[in-house]
Write a protein that binds this ligand. Structure first.
Ligand SMILES: [Zn+2]
Length: 446
């Protein structure tokens, strides 16, 4: 909390429960160890060693009760005297209660358990079982690659007007850039399941998400679409439980790794073989990126992408200047720019045989030290737009473009991750009761 200005609410507890060793190691530091030793272990030891002479338990009990009562009266009176001040202060500084220690995180653990555990096994409610693909006789099979990005913010993409050239390769591709897209949550554990869920941001919660099928299940119900999820992030956050899933975080599967970590572009290796095997079937491939996962941005790209220097080379972000942090962060975007362009390059091989599309959407944004705030995960109502305004773009090959009315696509209108569910169904021409054309970005103007 003191380093990154985060708060420990129930969603942050969820992030902790769902993280892995590699992600947590990125957050460890000497300062944290010193905090733990000198402000945790040492005082605990001194308290443990302090001699206490207890009286008989009854006497002890009443004496404690008396003390507690007197203290409670004093506290009550103090609040009462300044009541006007307190009530307006608490009302106007809502975020304050999120930083109260240790009460708020203890409360959050309880809240998390209540919001997560179900009595008995999880029963998943099916949706869209009526789904079917409407296909003309001569239509080519479709290959859609959906890239779920990690912690990129819209205002650091030069496609959205960022002064630095962070997307030099994508700008030469015929992409449609959506400049006004907003995340469902401020962390991976919320945004990822929410964007695939039928629930919108206002009605989504963890339990509903995990107990209801998502858009990938609806696509699966058509029996006409091959689905594959490759993950170089933590995991699919429950989204890909019922479709083929491949972990790309280790050298066993990912062929592009250094000693620290595996690269996103490793997920592209062998995809052509996979696509060829699906023959005439439509294909949706989801690639979940490591992207700009913080705080160690400098680890997120190969050295030859270090165009902006000097970079912050520690996870103690507050020790770096804002410029050093931005430099490392922007270099990681350059690497995503390269990854997305390579993905498009892969799809270009199928120009004459398939209709192909690439969709990129980030899960949430990232704070880079503005007002002392770092990383992401603040409660939505107090999160700065850096954490919620996300980059999103699409690319279509000529065959796919011919099936869309490009003039009706409004790429500056305001969209959210709620639109993904319906846009994916629309892309595959899926007919089902759960499809709402007005939420489909590519059909919304009709
Ligand atoms: Zn994330």
């Amino acid at each position: 909390m003191s380093t990154y200005n985060v708060v420990i609410d129930d969603d942050m507890i969820r992030n902790m429960m769902q993280t892995n060793m590699k992600e947590s190691i990125d957050l460890l530091s000497l300062k944290q160890v010193l905090y733990f030793v000198f402000l945790g272990l040492l005082p605990a030891y001194l308290v443990y060693k302090a001699p206490v002479n207890y009286r008989v338990s009854k006497v002890e009990f009443y004496s404690k009760l008396k003390q507690t009562f007197i203290l409670a009266v004093i506290m009550g009176l103090t609040v009462f005297v300044f009541f006007k001040h307190y009530s307006s202060f608490v009302r106007e500084h809502k975020p304050l209660r999120y930083t109260a220690n240790p009460t708020y995180w203890i409360y959050s653990v309880g809240f998390y358990i209540n919001a997560t555990l179900t009595a008995g096994p999880i029963v998943v409610k099916p949706i869209g079982e009526d789904a079917k693909v409407l296909k003309g006789p001569d239509t080519l099979p479709k290959v859609v690659i959906l890239v779920v990005g990690e912690a990129t913010r819209a205002d650091h993409f030069s496609l959205n007007g960022y002064a630095r050239e962070t997307t030099p390769q994508l700008k030469n591709e015929k992409i449609i850039n959506f400049s006004n897209v907003h995340a469902c949550g401020t962390s991976t554990a919320i945004s990822v399941p929410c964007m695939f869920s039928i629930y919108d941001k206002s009605s989504y919660n963890y339990k509903k998400g995990i107990q209801t099928e998502n858009v990938l299940d609806v696509l699966k119900h058509t029996r006409d679409i091959s689905l594959l999820w490759r993950d170089n992030n933590s995991n699919s956050k429950g989204v890909a439980l019922r479709i083929p899933y491949e972990d790309y975080k280790s050298p066993e599967t990912n062929t592009i790794c250094n000693q620290d970590e595996c690269r996103d572009e490793g997920m592209l290796v062998g995809l052509d073989t996979y696509i060829d095997k699906q023959k005439e079937k439509d294909v949706l491939i989801v690639l979940h990126q490591m992207g700009n996962h913080g705080p160690a941005y400098y680890k997120r790209y190969p050295k030859n992408f270090e165009k902006f220097t000097p970079v912050c080379e520690t996870n103690q972000l507050e020790e770096c200047t804002r410029e050093e942090i931005s430099n490392a962060y922007d270099n990681a975007i350059l690497y995503t720019d390269d990854f997305l362009t390579k993905t498009i390059g892969l799809l270009k091989q199928y120009e004459s045989t398939h209709q192909t599309a690439m969709i990129y959407v980030s899960d949430h944004g990232e704070s880079l030290g503005e007002k002392g705030i770092y990383l992401h995960g603040l409660p939505y109502f107090m999160a700065p737009s850096a954490q919620t305004h996300i980059p999103a773009l699409m690319w279509f090959n000529t065959g796919f473009k011919n099936t869309l009315d490009m003039s009706k696509i409004d790429n500056t209108a305001r969209y959210t991750q709620d639109n993904l569910f319906h846009t994916l169904l629309g892309l595959f021409n899926v007919e089902t009761k759960v499809y709402e054309p007005k939420l489909d970005i590519l059909k919304s103007q009709e």
